[in-house]
Design a protein. Structure first.
Length: 409
């Protein structure tokens, strides 16, 4: 029976012989797509008397929402924090490469830089839908420069700044513009942080706490003013202490406003976070865990020295250090690797591992109504995986944008 063209001329695609991640469970169910959205088959059958124009046999593979990376500094030789007149070309290259790792959208991340860099780079990065050209851009993540010198990690000390004199105006002058910014990482112990957080949240920008020596009460105060995220938990913050657990304590704090969820990024690359720490965090607050790569320029490149913002980093095996030191400078892991390692290290369910890379980051950004799920009406951004969670094909808006060479889809 032909599909009902009285509703739409767009073809209806039915993905069959698959297990889809829906309502937090893998379910044996077909996935229906039309005009780039997930379609409700009941409405199609009963209201439109329609059927599929094209069927795709998924060969018993898993279908999960496309992965979303909220913290990625670059990759494949591209450094998002490098001031150039053609920043968009680098963004496009990384966006295209990410498709093979199941990433359908991401937040290009700028590390601590001088104001001149922000003023040159930020206007060139635009929010954009994904497609054959690459993963979509959901907005910029500004990690620094309003962070702690003591916990700066790989961020260059000479470019750190404070807003304790001018408050939010200092932040605006530093960045130049907040158009297209989706996340700002800051250290909440800096004076006037409450004011700054409030102003950012008014602009629908997610505030993340990180690179900080904040105690728990300071972190809780930041959350009460609207902060909802923690940047790479355990890394670049005070270590957990039983008398004052610091930012880590937010995972089990009883001071979180009712109805609010604090999310936290985890670099599950097997290097930044010990498997025991991954398990502790996941057991304490599973619904807040967000997998991030924190990938740098050298992701996808050979060992050696590579630029990262205003620093030089050195790749040794799977480690990325600030050159000449043993300070970790970011990761060279890909999102599919992080999902696999997280599953293995924590012994969590497959569903939990997949949602940590899809639903949870969408919730951080407040876009879970259209990204991060396979609910009816959501964007048809999804990834096909085998039982070992190896990416077989990636789809954006219902169109296949990448497939593994031997994949027959």
């Amino acid at each position: 029976m032909p599909s009902n063209k009285s509703v739409s001329d767009a073809p209806i695609i039915q993905f069959t012989n698959c297990r889809i991640l829906k309502d937090h469970k893998l379910q044996r169910e077909d996935l229906w797509v039309r005009e780039g959205k997930i379609l409700n088959p009941e409405k199609l059958f009963f209201d439109e008397k329609g059927s599929a124009d094209l069927q795709v046999d998924c060969q018993n593979r898993l279908i999960a929402p496309g992965f979303i990376d909220t913290q990625i500094n670059g990759g494949y030789g591209v450094d998002f924090s490098m001031p150039k007149d053609d920043v968009s070309l680098g963004i496009s290259l990384v966006a295209q490469k990410l498709l093979s790792h199941g990433v359908t959208s991401f937040c290009p991340t700028l590390v601590t830089s001088p104001p001149s860099v922000y003023h040159q780079v930020l206007p060139q990065i635009r929010v954009a839908d994904g497609g054959l050209q690459g993963a979509g851009v959901l907005g910029v993540h500004l990690e620094g420069p309003f962070i702690s010198n003591e916990k700066r990690g790989a961020h260059p000390a000479r470019f750190l700044r404070s807003y304790e004199v001018g408050g939010f105006q200092d932040l605006l002058e530093t960045y130049g513009c907040l158009d297209g910014v989706s996340i700002v990482t800051l250290a909440p112990e800096i004076k006037r942080s409450s004011e700054v957080i409030t102003e950012l949240v008014k602009r629908r920008i997610c505030v993340s706490l990180g690179h900080s020596v904040a105690n728990l009460s300071q972190a809780e105060e930041a959350v009460k003013h609207g902060a909802t995220y923690i940047t790479h938990l355990f890394n670049a913050m005070l270590p957990f202490h039983h008398r004052d657990p610091g930012i880590v304590g937010l995972l089990t704090s009883d001071q979180i406003p009712k109805g609010h969820t604090v999310f936290y990024g985890m670099i599950a690359d097997g290097i930044h976070t010990n498997p025991a720490a991954l398990r502790i965090a996941h057991l304490a607050h599973p619904k807040g865990l967000v997998l991030v790569t924190d990938a740098i320029t050298a992701m996808g490149l050979e060992p050696g020295r590579h630029p990262l913002g205003q620093q030089v980093i050195e790749i040794e095996g799977l480690n990325a250090y600030v050159a000449g030191t043993k300070t970790l400078a970011g990761s060279i892991a890909t999102m599919d690797m992080c999902v696999q390692h997280f599953l293995e290290a924590t012994g969590c369910t497959v569903e939990s591992a997949l949602e940590a890379a899809s639903l949870h980051p969408a919730q951080v950004l407040g876009i879970e109504h259209r990204k991060g799920t396979l609910n009816y009406g959501a964007d048809a951004d999804f990834v096909l995986l085998d039982d070992n969670l190896n990416v077989q094909a990636t789809y954006i808006a219902g169109n296949r944008v990448w497939k593994r060479d031997l994949c027959t889809l």
